[in-house]
Design a protein around this ligand. Structure first.
Ligand SMILES: [Zn+2]
Length: 193
């Protein structure tokens, strides 16, 4: 099976329908089971990334104009570094490397429920669950050196702007920090719905 992991908690897959059809029956069945989750969250992650990049470039243009006569004019170098970071992560997403993805798949195999996101209440509960998992992901990223080695890049900008939001480091897939979102999958949250 070919799995890749993009941003924290955002699985995606590289397998095309033809590639899936060419797999042994067990593998194809397994991959088809997870494909909707992975492709949907991958599209959402891509849309959010493009949106944030667009807004951050608008912010950079505004700050360039408003700070042009100040003692510390806006530094576009920070934006270029963040753009290089996100581009590098998108390239690395092509590699089927992750410590977290097999754990994510195992959790889905042994999920307690199959949640249907068909109401405002369920969306709210998912939001709370997502924030809860994100809290522990972020806390661990600051407290545990293994995860901080990647997360430190996010806190490296000298100017705090929106471009900092997508400067997340290049080794997130290797550290498997997405495991902090596994409880949502174990509880049966499927992003296809
Ligand atoms: Zn942080």
């Amino acid at each position: 099976m070919v799995y890749a992991w993009s941003l924290a908690g955002q699985p995606t897959t590289l397998a095309s329908p033809d590639a899936i059809a060419a797999l042994p029956a067990d593998d194809a069945s397994h991959l088809n089971r997870y494909l909707p989750i992975m492709s949907t969250t991958g599209k959402i992650a891509l849309f959010v990334t493009v949106f944030i990049i667009g807004v951050s470039l608008i912010e950079a243009c505004v700050l360039t104009r408003t700070q042009r006569n100040s003692a510390s004019p806006f530094d576009w170098y920070e934006v270029w570094i963040s753009l290089a970071d996100v581009a590098g992560r998108k390239l690395l997403a092509l590699l089927p490397l992750s410590l977290a993805t097999p754990i994510f798949a195992l959790a889905w195999d042994h999920r307690l429920f199959t949640v249907t996101l068909n109401s405002a209440l369920m969306l709210f509960v998912l939001f709370i669950g997502q924030e809860f998992c994100y809290y522990w992901y972020h806390r661990a990223s600051h407290r545990i050196r293994f995860f901080w080695a990647t997360h430190a890049v996010h806190h490296s900008p000298n100017q705090l702007t929106l471009s900092s939001a997508y400067r997340l480091g290049l080794t997130g897939k290797l550290t498997g920090s997405a495991i902090f979102f596994t409880p949502l999958v174990w509880l049966g949250v499927c992003s296809r719905r």
